[in-house]
Design a binder for this molecule. Structure first.
Ligand code: NDP
Ligand code: 2IT
Length: 443
């Protein structure tokens, strides 16, 4: 059995109860086969076994008191995966579906994503099964403070730097920052996505969505077209979805759908992003309320975004939200490009189907890397005690996304797989981490 197959077999046996982690590990290991098998040093140095096993996994109890005085207990996680390239870096997710499998898949992906940014950041992820939806601000604050009461021990600007993800907005980050400061008397930039008055970076909020569109547009340009005039379907209506839609429309695309976990909207005239910002960022409401702003739009309960005819599909909600039947519907309706804003939104068979049908496919770890790249820029600004302008950060972000696309395009070409950006992203991300691990010895 080959080195890769043996490692994969062990992953599947050892972590049978972690389906998301197995899915992420399979996607990466299967596609870096060509690189790993070309040089025996990777096996000799046990690079894959060391990459697959996190440096450490922290699981802790988070008790908190609701507004009625009732005590609740949630579970907190932080998986510090790999710090060969820099301090552990990656978001915290608050959602009832969070478990060790989800945190590990996200942390594993983050290693390669962060490597692709070209910036000095390692990979990590964390979160909790706490659901901020429907909680009062005081309840959210008490939860965040108690979450930090344990997690602060493991964080630091040169050690591990979390950020936001699903359910973690600037509000939650502010509460976590406040408690870290209280516990340590330190104003260090140990977390990113902070408010602009206390060390946050301009354009961090927009960065993941903007970066996704910059990368998708680069991919389209390399294939003789661009986003101008294209009909786009976006899923989700959170941080990534909103700024994906905003940038797509700014560059001439027409976004016709958005969704949340209850249902989805179709607006043939093009989504009014300001209305979505008002509903989601300001009022923390449901996407169904969009009809108050645009009575001619249509709202449907449940899933359905991928059944809408489009040129470009942009999944920006969560993992495994785009399955094989969705991929078939998209291809049948003439979709020619997919850009993943969410982490692992497409199932493995959906990705295969897109590739087999010549759909241009920008995988998450390249396409949504603009968020963490801008987090790394927030860390730089904190260390320098400086703030860059929105335009400066946005310019740097564009440069980073153009460069990521160039690297994965070249990496795919180098191994004879032109146009296979999944393979390109995984191989380019892997080389850098693997070289750093080998150079640093067996530690
Ligand atoms: P938000 O919490 O701001 O938004 C998430 C959106 O997805 C909401 O509309 C939410 O609906 C929907 N959603 C979440 N979970 C589910 C589910 N299980 N089923 C259906 N809909 C769901 O999160 P973000 O926008 O920050 O994150 C979205 C994705 O992008 C995630 O995969 C995240 O890991 C990824 N990402 C985020 C980055 C960032 O900088 N924020 C960077 C890179 C990737 P509802 O409100 O009803 O739950
Ligand atoms: O998935 C991701 O890259 C994020 N949620 C952002 C991580 C970060 O550290 O900004």
């Amino acid at each position: 059995m080959s080195y890769i197959d043996n490692v994969l077999k062990n992953v599947k046996e050892l972590h049978a109860a972690q389906p998301e982690f197995i899915q992420a590990a399979t996607e990466v290991l299967d596609t870096i086969r060509v690189a790993v098998e070309a040089d025996s040093k990777y096996e000799k140095y046990g690079v894959l076994e060391r990459l697959i096993e996190p440096d450490r996994q922290i699981i802790f109890r988070v008790p908190w008191v609701d507004d009625k005085g009732q005590v609740h207990v949630n579970r907190g996680y932080r998986v510090q995966y790999n710090n060969a390239l820099g301090p552990y870096k990656g978001g915290n997710r608050f959602h009832p579906s969070v478990n060790l499998s989800v945190v590990k898949f996200l942390g594993f992906e983050q290693i390669f994503k962060n490597s692709l940014t070209g910036l000095p950041i390692g990979g990590a992820k964390g979160g909790s099964d706490f659901d901020p939806k429907g909680k009062s601000e005081q309840e959210v604050m008490r939860f965040c403070h108690n979450f930090m009461n344990e997690l602060y021990k493991y964080l630091g600007q040169d050690i591990d730097v979390p950020a936001g993800d699903i359910g973690v907005t600037a509000r939650e980050i502010g509460f976590m920052y406040g408690q870290f400061k209280k516990l340590t008397d330190s104003y260090e930039g140990f977390i990113t996505g902070k408010g602009l008055t206390y060390g946050g970076s301009l354009a961090r909020k927009e960065a993941t969505g903007f970066g996704l569109i910059y990368l998708v547009n680069e991919m389209l340009k390399a294939n003789g077209t661009n986003i101008d005039g294209k009909v786009c379907t976006v899923s989700g209506s959170g941080n990534v979805a909103i700024y994906t839609a905003q940038k797509a429309q700014e560059l001439g695309g027409k976004v016709v759908t958005m969704s949340d976990s209850n249902g989805w909207i179709y607006d043939e005239a093009g989504v009014d992003v300001d209305a979505v910002i008002q509903i989601k960022e300001i009022e923390r409401g449901r996407i169904s309320e969009y009809l108050k702003y645009r009575p001619n739009a249509k709202y449907t309960e449940g899933k359905g975004v991928w059944g809408v005819k489009c040129d470009i599909a942009l999944p920006c909600a969560t993992q495994n939200e785009l399955l094989i039947d969705d991929a078939k519907a998209l291809v049948a309706n003439g979709c020619t490009a997919v850009g993943e804003g969410a982490n692992m939104p497409s199932s493995l068979d959906a990705v295969e189907y897109f590739m087999a049908n010549k759909v241009l496919f920008a995988p998450a770890k390249a396409a949504n890397a603009g968020g963490v790249a801008t987090s790394a820029m927030e860390m730089s600004q904190n260390s320098m005690r400086l703030s860059w302008t929105f335009e400066e950060v946005d310019q740097k972000l564009q440069g980073i996304m153009v460069n990521i696309f160039k690297n994965l395009d070249e990496a795919a070409k180098k191994v004879g797989a032109e146009g296979n950006y999944v393979l390109g992203a995984n191989v380019a991300g892997f080389y850098k981490v693997a070289e750093a691990m080998i150079a640093q010895g067996v530690v």
